[in-house]
Design a protein around this ligand. Structure first.
Ligand code: 5GP
Length: 184
């Protein structure tokens, strides 16, 4: 990463559609580079083996102890972390899709990072999206509860808040934000 590159942090509660949004952004703009996180969570049925670097708690803790993460946190009983970007970065602007505690850490470390907080149009829609993803019922409830706690924190940290009602519109809004940040 050079000092002129953007760090774009996309955060928001589970079920808001972050993954879909980020995938669309990557297709749209080849100069964006998406960081692949490490997690100790189990892979969901049908989830791509490539979605994360799936790892053990021991391996994760080892890397954390060697300062191998730009940020990391524990979220609903599992570790999640962004490996410190190195020579594998191919785009010019780095995109992180992470939860709010990680977003806070990135902002502390890189105050110039652009934090975009994405909100669901409603709790009902968010719950529907979480269930559709195949999480078991108790996990859905835990994620909804967590989302309620995350929302005020995310809003207060964010440089931009976007409501993901219509996917195409959300992607255009994000592209506009990124373009205007590049122009600054
Ligand atoms: P999920 O289990 O649904 O894939 O992810 C749970 C939460 O962890 C989501 O809010 C997701 O954005 C977040 N997350 C994914 N990777 C990272 C990471 O590297 N660091 C942090 N702090 N959160 C992450």
């Amino acid at each position: 990463m050079s000092s002129t590159d953007l760090i774009i942090v996309i955060s928001g509660p589970g079920g808001v559609g972050k993954g879909t949004i980020v995938d669309a952004l990557m297709l749209r703009d080849p100069s964006l580079w998406l960081s692949k996180s490490w997690t100790t969570r189990e892979r969901r049925p049908g989830e791509s083996a490539d979605a994360y670097h799936f790892t053990s708690a021991a391996e994760f803790e080892q890397r954390a102890s060697e300062n191998g993460f730009l940020e990391w946190t524990e979220f609903l009983g599992n570790y999640y972390g962004t490996p410190t970007p190195g020579s594998e970065v191919t785009g010019s602007d780095v995109v992180l899709e992470i939860e709010v505690d990680g977003a806070r850490q990135v902002k502390e470390r890189y105050p110039e990072a652009v934090l975009i907080f994405v909100l669901p149009p409603s709790r009902e829609e968010q719950e529907r999206r979480l269930r559709e993803r195949g999480d078991p019922g108790d996990k859905v409830m835990a994620r909804l509860k967590k989302a309620e706690l995350e929302e005020p924190v995310g809003r207060s940290l964010a440089d931009h808040v976007v409501v993901n009602d219509d996917l195409e519109q959300t992607i255009s809004e994000l592209m506009n934000i990124i373009e205007s940040e590049r122009a600054r």
